[in-house]
Every structure is written in C-alpha cells, then in structure tokens.
Write a new protein. Structure first.
Length: 218
C-alpha cells in the first residue's frame, strides 16, 4: 500500500508558519509570531518540523505556500523560499491564497456568507468574501475596514478592527496543520505573491537630476 505524500507547507503572509503532514495526519507544526523576523526564522522552523517528524527535507513530496495577500517583505520571504525548495528538490509547488486557509478553518460554523480579513497596516485590511462552504467569491482586495461588507468577519483583523468589522467567534490565524493537510486541495493561486499594492520602497523610474555648478572665474 502506497503511503500518502509528505507535504511541507509554508506561510509568511502574517506571522511565520510551517506545517508538515502526511495525508490527513499532521506530523509537526511551528509558528513564530515575530512579524519582523521572517527571513531569520523560516528555515529554522522547517528544520524543527522535519526533525520532530523524524524525516528529512529530501523526503518531502509536495510543497504548499501561502501567497498572501500580505506585506511585501515578509510575504516575499516565504514565497521565494518555497520556490527555491521546489527547484532544489524537484517537486511540485502549489501556491494558495492565505485567506482561503483561514476560510477553510471556518467551514461549518457560518450559515451565511462571511469575510476573512487580515491587517494590511496603514489602517487597511486585506479581505475576501466567502460562501458558507468556504469558497471565495471574487478576488482578494485591500480596503479600509469601514469599507468592507458588513458580514460576519474572522481572521486577525477582526480583533484589530473590532469596532469597524462585524467580528464573530472563529479562527484568527492560519493553522499550519490545516495548510499542510488541505493546501493541495485549495484553489491554485499560481506562484507569484499577492501583494495587492506597491511596496513602500520602489526604484526610481527616471534618472536623478544633477545641478551643474558654474564656477566663478578668477
């Protein structure tokens, strides 16, 4: 009997999440809540998970990565790491919308449509709308909390903006075990990060002007 594939899941759209699963069995998970240490923490968490499961990175059959939406720098760390691992290991990489994972954790708990919202900073949220089956209705967007439809809201922004979103009891963060067990079955979102807006730091689009100094003849 062939065993289920070993799946490694990564997500850095908010905090740093790593999950390892074989089929429906979660073998190990690890999370670091520091939103400023994605690059330093991600691979150590991967090592921690494979050690806890008594496997090797080389044993991984499939990779799943959360593509966001999320802040530019932190999100890029997870996506690029997953792309590199996929190339080095020669295995399939599936990119999923990170909001879809939180929605999947809420299936069966809402009889009506709901929204998943995460903090986008700048007093905005990343959000998407879902039906009771956890199927996303449209593309993820970034808006001010007050502009998000007045539907039951879950995800981390439900607490951050509880005065503006219709927060209800439900998941507030990605469960890396869920990402590892069902990530390969979630809608394929490609391989590129879902930034939704331009990064804070951008390259100059035109040469910097130089003022010529006119010397004074002596």
């Amino acid at each position: 009997m062939t065993s289920a594939p070993l799946v490694l899941a990564l997500d850095t759209s908010t905090v740093v999440n790593v999950g390892l699963a074989r089929g429906e069995q979660v073998l190990a998970t690890a999370t670091v809540a520091d939103q400023m240490a994605h690059a330093e923490q991600l691979m150590p968490l991967v090592s921690e998970c494979v050690d806890a499961a008594a496997v090797r990175v080389a044993d991984v059959d499939k990779l799943v990565v959360g593509l966001g939406p999320g802040p530019f720098t932190g999100l890029r760390v997870g996506v690029v790491t997953a792309q590199v691992l996929s190339y080095l290991l020669g295995i399939q990489l599936r990119g999923v919308c990170s909001l879809d994972v939180i929605a999947a954790q809420f299936v069966g708990q809402s009889p009506a449509e709901f929204v998943v919202a995460t903090d986008a900073r700048r007093r905005e949220v990343y959000w998407a709308r879902y039906n009771p089956r956890g199927e996303r209705l449209g593309e993820p967007r970034v808006l001010r909390p007050s502009e998000v439809p007045r539907l039951p809201a879950i995800g981390p922004a439900a607490d951050v903006y509880a005065d503006q979103l219709q927060a209800v009891s439900g998941p507030r963060a990605i469960d890396p075990g869920v990402l590892a067990t069902i990530g390969v079955a979630l809608p394929d979102a490609g391989r590129e990060p879902l930034y939704l807006r331009h990064p804070d730091a951008t390259e100059l689009i035109r040469p910097k002007s130089v003022l010529h100094y006119r010397g004074v003849a002596r």
